[in-house]
Design a protein around this ligand. Structure first.
Ligand code: CTP
Ligand code: MG
Length: 225
């Protein structure tokens, strides 16, 4: 079926503290948003890119890429999961019951096309997400700042994006209460599905705090190097 990228981009970037949404910060002469969208647009299997933009966002229309023929916008929501829900709803309207959605944070400008391809190759009908095995030892805290347990690191992964699902299944999983739904897989898990974990790369960072900009610049140079 048709494949739609759904890109939540309606956050305010509070932790970055730039005074405007972080996706409009510049990285090597282009905004983070342009880096992210250019990568998705250059991945041929994606038919259309649906960007969830806040209604009071004056920066989005100033990007040249905002008028690209393969980009459309949907309204952003108060929470990330709501923004994603709006995009997935549009994907179903446009692509019908056989549509698939690839959800990717606008704040992850360094995603590798080869990793997106791996996700498509390795998914089954339950969907799949890019993720990374943790490298640190993981402690579970008690109610305060003391250790209650050490978790088995061999079965702990960090969830990244993109995350790939049949549009209908994700749409239905995103109905109802979205509190605590911080990625698409968690919505699918809640309705009993078991998406696959596909190993990604650690340069696919979510630019979140100011020091991530230097890291993003470094990783970008490495990728181009
Ligand atoms: N996002 C969204 N709608 C929201 C909140 C977030 O579409 N209501 C998007 C962000 O624009 C970002 C992605 O979801 O591309 C990941 O969210 P996050 O990294 O938390 O970005 P912000 O919410 O902008 O940052 P912060 O939480 O620091 O305010
Ligand atoms: Mg946020």
């Amino acid at each position: 079926g048709p494949l739609y990228a759904v890109v939540p981009a309606a956050g305010i970037g509070e932790r970055m503290g730039a005074g405007f949404p972080k996706q409009y910060l510049s990285l090597a002469g282009k905004t983070l948003a342009e880096h992210t969208l250019n990568r998705l647009l250059s991945f041929a299997p994606i038919d259309r890119v649906l960007v969830a933009v806040s209604v009071q966002d004056p920066w989005w229309p100033t990007l040249g890429v905002s008028t690209h023929s393969r980009i459309a916008t949907v309204s952003g929501g108060a929470a990330r999961a709501e923004s994603v829900r709006n995009g997935v709803t549009r994907a179903l309207e446009l692509g019908g019951e056989n549509a698939w959605v690839l959800v990717h944070d606008m704040a992850r400008p360094l995603v590798r096309l080869s990793d997106i391809q791996n996700l498509l190759d390795q998914t089954d009908s339950q969907g799949a997400i890019l993720a990374l095995p943790v490298v640190d030892t993981i402690k579970q805290a008690d109610d305060g700042n003391h250790i209650a347990a050490t978790l088995d690191r061999d079965c702990i992964w960090r969830a990244l994006t993109p995350q790939l699902f049949p549009a209908r299944a994700l749409h239905d999983a995103l109905q109802g209460d979205l509190a605590g739904i911080t990625d698409e897989a968690s919505a699918m898990e809640r309705v009993g599905r078991r998406p696959a974990l596909v190993a990604g790369h650690s340069d696919n960072i979510k630019v979140t705090v100011p020091e991530d900009l230097a890291l993003a610049r470094f990783y970008l140079a490495c990728q181009l190097g």
